[in-house]
Write a protein that binds this ligand. Sequence first.
Ligand SMILES: [Mg+2]
Length: 275
Amino acid sequence: MKMKCEKSDKNGILKNKKLFVFDLDGTVYLGNRIFPEAVRLVNSLIESGRKVLFFTNNASKSPDFYLEKLRKSGFEIPDGSVMTSGDITASFLLKNRAGKTVYLVANSSMKKEMSEKGIKISDGQQADIVVSSFDTELTFEKLTAACNLISDGAEYICTHPDLRCPTENGYLPDSGAISAMITAATGVNPVFFGKPHAETMLEITEKTGCRQEEICIVGDRIYTDIAFAVNSGATSVLVLTGETDEKMLSGVPEESKPDFVFDNADGIYKAVFGL
Ligand SMILES: [Mg+2]
């Protein structure tokens, strides 16, 4: 049986990966507190010729916002280094629901992005599809419109299943918590995108040209980051800088555990660069 939760990389598995996909919240920073170990690791990976991608389920901000935040924090990363669950959802809508009208329970930045990509956005009166996300501009009116549309037969999609978002001041109710409220009121479960949805790996392999077995997923959460790697056949690394601690990890079923566990990004640095 494959070993799980390794604390060192005796077989040089991580050293041979071509692409490292990092989560953001709880993995490279907590709110505005940047983890210096993550900055050193990412810059060294890029310098060594490896590829780095940041993939966050947190679609409350645009990829450009994150790119700028990361660069200001010392990450020396090229354009196009950030993808969100909003990108995966938009890509699905354009490929599979062309011409349909979408009502968004999401921040205005996502409304702008989706509209610019050619998706028809509804004002809440009528829609074929309701998409909910991590909406920090949520109002009772938006919730009511979404519930009425879903009850009238609109398809229900949610950008990502995360229940809570870690920050330096504690947790914020995230996309999964908002969708749980809509589900409670309508009896309808959404289709979720982002991590751990398989569609996400397809987009990443298409974008980077790397195969699953060449990819290492780094994150702080079992049910999104690690489940994503397990579902898609990539190698997984859990860092204990966000949601998951040793106690939570001990309660996770064997098949859902990460391949490697490190206190922070320094563990990966040591594994890859032997220092
Ligand atoms: Mg996270």
